[in-house]
Each structure stands twice: as C-alpha cells, then as structure tokens.
Write a protein that binds this ligand. Structure first.
Ligand SMILES: NC(=O)c1ccc[n+]([C@@H]2O[C@H](COP(=O)([O-])OP(=O)(O)OC[C@H]3O[C@@H](n4cnc5c(N)ncnc54)[C@H](O)[C@@H]3O)[C@@H](O)[C@H]2O)c1
Length: 310
C-alpha cells in the first residue's frame, strides 16, 4: 500500500486512475476544483480523500505536501482544452504552469521524500510541424497557450529531475478516450462529444472536413502506462509519448462509431478552430521499450467505451 496525490483526480483520466489505485489497495488524496471534473467520478471508498480546492492556491498545496508525505504524485489538474486556453490564456498559465512549478519547487526546497512524480503534458506541444509520426526528440512548435504551458512545465519537470536528481517523469498524451469523459462542454475530447451525439440523437459538427487525423488512445492503456511509469525507477528525467501509435481520421472513427452503435449521425461542418492541428500520431518506441505499455486496438476500445454508457 502506498500514498498517492492525484491532482485533477475527479476528471476523466484522473478518476480512471483512482479506480485502479483503489483496487490495488492504496491511499489516495484527490485535489480537484471541479471546474471540469465530477465528484461522482470518484469511487466510494474510505481509501479516497477528496479535497475540493484549486492547485493555484500555493500555500494550500505547499502545506498539503509538507503534511501528507506522499509516495507518488500524479499531476493531471489542468485547463485541459486547447480551445479553452485560447479563450483564457492567463488562467491557463496559472493552472497549467505556475501551480505545477509551485509543487515541484516545494518538493525541492523541502527535500520531500518521494518515489515518483508524474506530469501529464500533451501531443499539442508538437504543433503543426508536418513530420509524422511525432517523436519525443523532434522540435516542438507549441501553437497555443495550452501547448506553451504544457511544454514549459514538462521541461521544468525534466530539468528538476536532472539538476536535483529528483524522480520526476513527464508524458505527452495523445487523444485519450473512454468512460467518464465529460461530454457536456464544447471543449471536451471529440470522441465523448461524438458518442454523446449518437447516444442522444444530437447533431455532430466537424470543425474542418473531418479528414484531420489523431492517435486515439484507450483509457485503460493510459492508466497502465501511468502506473507502469510510476513503478519504473529508471524512468525519470525523460518525456514519453503515450499513444496507440495509429493514425486515424475523424471521419473514419465516426464511421466505426456508427457501425458499433447501429445509429446514423446527423453531421454539419464548420471552419477549423484556432489552434487546431491537422494531423497527429505518435512514435511509441520509447515507451514500448520499457515493456509495460498496452495498445488496445481502436475498434475494441471504442466498443468498450460505447458499452460503458449503455
Ligand atoms: N484527455 C486527453 O486526450 C489528453 C491529452 C493530452 C493531455 N491531457 C492532459 O491530461 C490531464 C487530464 O486530462 P483529462 O482528459 O482527464 O481532463 P479533465 O478536464 O477531465 O481533467 C482535468 C481535471 O483538472 C481539474 N482542474 C482544472 N483546473 C483545476 C485547478 N485549478 N485546481 C484543481 N483542479 C483543477 C478539473 O476539474 C478536472 O477534473 C490534463 O492535464 C490534460 O491536459 C489529456
């Protein structure tokens, strides 16, 4: 049994991670301001302590870290949408960069003992450079405040790890999908909006022609990658792509979803959104070399996702 802090733990990825950590009999403290997450996402368990609070409260986070002696820290709290960050650049910066810097600086200054700290960066840091697949060592081109802050924080995590020999690791998630993804915001992951449209017979809007491609990654694979990285001591001071390693167009995924649900989408088309990237998929050799990353076939993941909401 170990003690975990999960920021953003009431959100999509965080709550799926907390489910797994509870099953493995750990103690988990979740800090989430519920700006996007839902407390109902969290399992009912005496192993989970939920603190409704913003990570931007530096004094609160500093005191929490000093008092609780966490073994593992998973930094997921974020304004997690590219489009949202375009609307709210300064708030994005405070949450996605400054709050995380306060956490790692507290760990350094207080010399807090820690087995591993994990930070969720994003494929968005690669920007619209046409080179594919995206590989960790290639040049980045962050096009939005979201991507700028993710990149800055990921570099701070890596630099702290290397400068001060701290067990910190960062990843770049590609488009994650699965149960508990909140479809209620226009800023949500596209597959949750697509499934919500199919389930409730709502219209669906493609921004652009639908030919844009993504690397759709099932949540179970993401959770196993997080847990694997937390428990691999040599994985530190590095950034890893976390993805399925497959390139799929939005049109193709919409077709598969219609086949699985047996429903037909009513679609419309609007202009591409500011900051949206045309094509993206990952080279996953680096994470695969560690030996624990699973890659659920897309259709299998989509079937599991559809089944979870029916
Ligand atoms: N889902 C993806 O495809 C994807 C891709 C790349 C990166 N990421 C990153 O992974 C992490 C988790 O993403 P997600 O899809 O679960 O998003 P999410 O929005 O479901 O989860 C983020 C959580 O952070 C919380 N939060 C936001 N601001 C906060 C604050 N100031 N203080 C405390 N909590 C706050 C939200 O309420 C939410 O519960 C994020 O850092 C996101 O940027 C996700």
């Amino acid at each position: 049994m170990a003690k975990y802090l999960v920021t953003g733990g009431a959100g999509f990825i965080g709550s799926n991670l907390v489910d797994t950590l509870v099953q493995e009999d750990n103690q988990i403290v979740v800090v989430d301001d519920l700006s996007m997450g839902l407390v109902e996402n969290l399992p009912q368990s005496d192993k989970v302590r939920f603190l409704e609070h913003s990570i931007t409260d530096h004094a609160f986070m500093r005191a929490l870290l000093q008092e609780e002696h966490f073994d593992y820290i998973v930094l997921l709290a974020a304004i997690a949408s590219v489009a949202d960050s375009v609307e709210r650049p300064y708030e994005t910066h405070q949450v996605n960069q400054e709050a995380n810097l306060n956490i790692i600086e507290t760990i350094r200054q207080e010399q807090l003992p820690l087995k591993k700290l994990f930070f969720a960066s994003s494929a968005a840091v690669y920007g619209d450079d046409p080179a594919l697949p995206k590989q960790e060592e290639m040049a980045v081109k962050p096009l939005t405040q979201y991507a700028v802050d993710k990149y800055a924080t990921e570099r701070a995590i890596i630099n702290y790890s290397r400068l001060y020999d701290l067990p910190f690791v960062a990843v770049r998630f590609f488009n994650v999908f699965g149960p508990k993804q909140n479809p209620s915001s226009p800023y949500s992951g596209v597959l949750s909006i697509l499934l919500n449209a199919l389930t409730h017979d709502l219209p669906f809007t493609f921004f652009g022609d639908g030919g844009q491609t993504r690397d759709f990654t099932f949540i179970n694979d993401v959770v196993s990658a997080i847990v694997g990285l937390l428990h691999t001591p040599e994985a530190k001071g590095e950034v890893f792509n976390i993805a399925n390693g497959q390139q799929t167009s939005l049109q193709a995924v919409a077709t598969t979803m219609q086949q699985i649900t047996g429903k037909t989408l009513a679609v419309s088309y609007q202009a591409t959104r500011a900051g949206d990237i045309r094509d993206s998929y990952a080279n996953v050799d680096k994470i695969n070399a560690l030996g624990f990353m699973t890659h659920t076939p897309l259709a299998e993941g989509l079937r599991a996702y559809v089944a979870s909401v029916q």
